[in-house]
Design a protein around this ligand. Structure first.
Ligand SMILES: Nc1ncnc2c1ncn2[C@@H]1O[C@H](COP(=O)(O)OP(=O)(O)OP(=O)(O)O)[C@@H](O)[C@H]1O
Length: 237
């Protein structure tokens, strides 16, 4: 179930998605269609509160649509149990959060290796985990001394962001989802960080969907879409 299908199906495919956060003033999201092909790097923008994070949560299987189809590598998440969705997410999706969600008192290396303990599939793809973590860190501009620090909270914001990327990429997930990963960085570092992220996503042959408010970053991507476009007329690939 949780192995990517080897054919030409899109990495992400949504059809007729309807979702609302239940409650008195529940926010509703309707997305006629969205298709992201394997290896594509897509930039997603939208006003605050337009539903970007909600859409990412749907794609990751964290929340379930009320209607429609939502496929990741050809598997329709709406047909899976909660446990199967957790497995698919652990095996196939690398996540980078706005606030990094790193364990502050664990070392950077321990943080990076964490996804391997949640996914046998990702673990199997890495024969020497420590070396692979160091290789990723080196590619992302983190020195061995920085990665070897006792606590991740001892690193700078930019360094922690790189740790978060290495954690998302380890074990070769086929899809990388990044929610405002540059918001804690200064303007000068943002562009360089996105270049680095894209370079590593390409090296891993992964698909990238990144959310940001900063539309200047869109130029680094294969395609840029906005929530307004998605919701009003659907996404045409
Ligand atoms: N867990 C939740 N429960 C109820 N409502 C929620 C929840 N998460 C988000 N919402 C609501 O859904 C709407 C869209 O929020 P979402 O975080 O998806 O937007 P966003 O475009 O990512 O915003 P921002 O750019 O400010 O992060 C908001 O009205 C928000 O209050």
């Amino acid at each position: 179930m949780s192995e990517p299908k080897p054919d030409t199906c899109p990495a992400i495919r949504l059809r007729g998605i309807a979702f609302d956060w239940k409650g008195k003033h529940g926010f509703a999201l309707d997305i006629p269609q969205l298709e992201i092909t394997i290896g594509e790097k897509v930039f997603l923008s939208g006003e605050s509160g337009s539903g970007k994070s909600t859409l990412l949560s749907l794609i990751c299987g964290i929340v379930t649509p009320d209607a429609g189809q939502l496929e990741v590598n050809g598997t329709d998440l709406t047909t899976l149990s909660a446990r199967q969705k957790d497995r698919l997410r652990a095996d196939q999706i690398g996540l980078i959060f706005q606030q990094f969600n790193l364990l502050p008192y664990a070392s950077p290396l321990e943080n990076i290796l964490l996804p391997l303990s949640f996914s046998a599939k990702r673990s199997q793809r890495v024969s020497a985990p420590q070396q692979e973590a160091l290789r990723l860190c080196q590619a992302l501009g983190l020195s061995e001394a920085q990665v070897s620090k006792a606590a991740t909270s001892d690193l700078s914001t930019g360094q922690q962001q790189r740790v978060a990327v290495a954690r998302a990429l380890i074990g070769g997930p086929s899809v990388v989802i990044a929610d405002e990963p540059t918001s804690a960085l200064d303007a000068a570092s943002q562009s360089a960080f996105v270049d680095l992220l894209i370079e590593q996503v390409e090296a891993a042959n992964a698909t990238l969907l990144m959310v940001s408010h900063d539309t200047r970053l869109a130029q680094h991507f294969d395609r840029s879409i906005s929530m307004a476009e998605l919701v009003q007329r659907g996404d045409i690939t």
